[in-house]
Design a protein. Structure first.
Length: 422
């Protein structure tokens, strides 16, 4: 296949970003604070919340239930939840900001929060959090994802991180007692576990943010980050290249999303794969075999992982106080721990997690909770979408047969524009 021009894709991404900036320029750096309060039949003020979670799975249902509990218990407010497909969220927010039709509360992916905050549409929560939630000890990574220019423009709703998930039965049948702990062992195990109907390893490497998320731990382990790709991007890409080249990982993985890699694992077409704690309820339901979790194999030294999760931001309008009451209601120990248990997530308030045996002693959840102490967040940066696109383009190039060294060289060159903007 012909090597696709990386620069053309970056230019296109930059054009989209420029269009967003231009579109929002008319907002004067903030959303319209005037919003007519809509009343429900029972006289309550209606707050509108946008989320990309679906009520059809345990992950989303737990969130909807927590928000509904606020509505049921409030004498002043009721929350109308509107689901927005994740792929449409950026354009939906951008257009709504221009037309002054934003909702009151928006759920955003942690890595995208800074780019939305830079639009000037979110309320500054710094003083509210300092005065009303100063007793809460948040994990630093999730909280940092809500900051922009040293101010807090949201709160981290939940947290997740990545681990290696493996089929215990397959490893035992191959004479492998423990999961791989290094890259060399990962490649050796993957080759040993590959049979006619099963690949030894699976990962999502399609052109989307989820694939950036899965790639970052391997990049971190080399000592590199998005702004220091020269330190290890070629090594991390080389791991993907090696696994695909020897047949231990399907070349179709470069077209797989997170759900695809998961599907390969539960169908026993992959012995090991990378996933996060949000998958726990599904694994319990779908996997008819013994599985276990382990830290992501390390390049040299210690394992690394990446923090993910969703944040809640309040739109800067006249419904702020009601929106704040709703968001604040989700940050009690009982509500947050209950929601996280049902959804497979980790509380973003460290003291809440440490007070519950489920998060400290459960052999499965304990792996993820301990990871929170070393997990790194992506960015945060208002230009993260462009940064992530460079990373994904490198991965996609490897998937088309471009060498890891050449893909890394192209990525380093393309990323320099964003490094210079730091």
């Amino acid at each position: 296949m012909k090597k696709r021009s990386l620069w053309k894709r970056i230019s296109a991404c930059g054009l989209v970003a420029a269009m967003c900036v231009s579109l929002l320029a008319g907002c004067g750096g903030s959303s319209d604070t005037k919003k007519e309060a809509k009343k429900t039949k029972d006289g309550k003020t209606e707050l509108v919340m946008w989320t990309f979670m679906s009520k059809e799975n345990s992950y989303g249902k737990a969130f909807y239930d927590a928000v509904d509990a606020f509505s049921d218990g409030s004498e002043e407010y009721t929350v109308k939840i509107e689901q927005i497909p994740f792929s449409q969220l950026v354009s939906k927010i951008t257009v709504a900001a221009q037309s002054k039709s934003l909702p009151d509360i928006i759920q955003v992916d942690g890595c995208d929060h800074a780019s939305f905050s830079a639009m000037g549409i979110f309320a500054d929560l710094t003083e509210k959090v300092d005065s009303e939630m100063s007793d809460l000890e948040f994990y630093s990574g999730p909280l940092e994802s809500c900051k922009y220019e040293d101010k807090l423009y949201g709160l981290p709703l939940n947290a997740n991180n990545l681990v290696l998930v493996y089929n215990v039965d397959m490893l035992k049948a191959a004479g492998l007692e423990n999961p791989p702990s290094t890259w060399d062992e990962l490649k050796e195990y993957a080759k040993t576990l590959t049979t006619d109907g099963t690949y030894g390893f699976a990962i999502n490497a399609i052109d989307d943010e989820g694939s950036t998320y899965s790639f970052m731990p391997f990049l971190y382990e080399t000592g590199a980050d998005w702004n220091t790709l020269d330190k290890g991007a070629a090594k991390a890409l080389g791991l993907y290249q090696d696994l695909a080249a020897d047949g231990s990982m399907s070349k179709e993985a470069f077209g797989w999303g997170q759900n695809d890699a998961y599907g390969q694992f539960v169908a026993k077409r992959a012995a090991m794969y990378i996933d996060g704690n949000w998958r726990l309820p599904e694994l319990e339901k779908d996997a008819d075999f013994e599985y276990a979790f382990a830290p992501i194999p390390a390049y040299e030294g210690t394992s690394a992982t990446c923090i993910g999760g969703e944040n809640l931001a309040i739109v800067n309008n006249d419904n702020f106080e009601g929106s704040w009451d709703c968001v604040k209601s989700l940050f009690t120990e009982e509500t947050m721990n209950d929601y996280c248990k049902k959804s497979g997530m980790i509380p973003t308030v460290k003291t809440f997690a440490m007070a519950d045996e489920y998060f400290t002693d459960d052999p499965v959840m304990k792996v993820f909770v301990e990871n929170m102490e070393v997990a790194k967040t992506r960015g945060p940066s208002p230009i993260w979408p462009q940064i992530s696109q460079v990373l994904r383009d490198m991965i996609q190039q490897v998937g088309t047969g471009v060498s890891a060294d050449d893909a890394a060289a192209d990525g380093i060159k393309a990323m320099q524009e964003y490094v210079d903007k730091q």
